[in-house]
Design a protein around this ligand. Structure first.
Ligand code: J9T
Length: 242
């Protein structure tokens, strides 16, 4: 997979060169290039924004600068991702979809965002996805791009240490629609708190049952919206008893 990120704060993307992802970049399993948007600015002040038509607070990022950048960075076949609070909700399913693509280009906006014609123009030749990582506003798209890139690249074979965990995590294919159960490791007692005995029993069926029950309980408590979306056909009698 190739990743390109365009931003006026390229140093915000430095975390992409750390940890497992950084190793995948260093050994070439992932190609990563971060671009400073000001490279495409044309005036001597290298300005990238201007006042909004129709009035209102804040500044809008200029279409000429962004279009020139995307013309260079997003060739046919690339998928352009524009992080924005007004975007489609980013989900594990979206991450799985993006993980199957060859080339992702992240257009990180600041201020009040990009002139909409940047999206409209790019959409004439590549797929453009405006994505939100949640119902809150950030100062810029860079942190959202880091979130999306991490959620996507951890699904790529050979990038994540343990491919199995990409399946069993919350929202992973292994537990569709349920939050992950609690996890425990040594010591068996810590500050007066014990590990649930079933996890020490070696009874794999009982452990699987306990984990599923805990996932159902946690999901019912924290995310009743997910419970409402569960397919009843996937719940057995034991599930219903939780
Ligand atoms: C400037 O970008 C944002 O504020 C943003 C991007 C993606 N998701 C959000 N929830 C916010």
């Amino acid at each position: 997979m190739r990743l390109d990120v365009v931003s006026i704060f390229p140093e915000y993307l430095a975390p992409l060169r750390q940890s497992l992802l950084g190793r995948a970049v260093a050994d070439g399993r992932i190609q990563l290039e971060v671009h400073d948007l000001r490279r495409w600015a044309t005036d001597r002040h290298r300005s990238v924004d201007d006042t909004p038509y129709g009035g209102g607070a804040g500044m809008v990022m200029r279409p000429d600068v962004w279009a020139a950048a995307l013309d260079d960075v997003a060739p046919a076949g690339a998928t352009v991702v524009v992080p924005t609070p007004a975007g489609h909700p980013f989900s594990q399913a979206t991450a799985a979809d993006l993980a199957r693509r060859e080339h992702l280009v992240f257009a990180c906006g600041r201020y009040e965002g990009l002139d909409q014609r940047v999206v409209l123009d790019a959409a004439r030749r590549v797929e453009v996805l405006e994505l939100s990582i949640g119902d809150y506003v950030l100062a810029g798209g860079e942190v959202a791009a880091l979130v999306v890139i991490e959620a996507v690249t951890r699904l790529l074979p050979g990038v994540l240490g343990n491919p199995e965990s990409a399946v069993t995590d919350s929202f992973g294919e292994g537990s569709p629609g349920l939050l992950e159960h609690p996890a425990y490791t040594r010591p068996v007692e810590f500050r007066g708190l014990a590990v649930p005995p079933v996890l020490l029993s070696g009874n794999h069926a009982a452990i699987a049952r306990w984990r599923r029950d805990e996932s159902l309980r946690r999901t019912a408590r924290r995310r009743p919206d997910l419970v409402a979306r569960l397919d009843p056909a996937t719940l057995d009698a034991a599930d219903r008893a939780v």
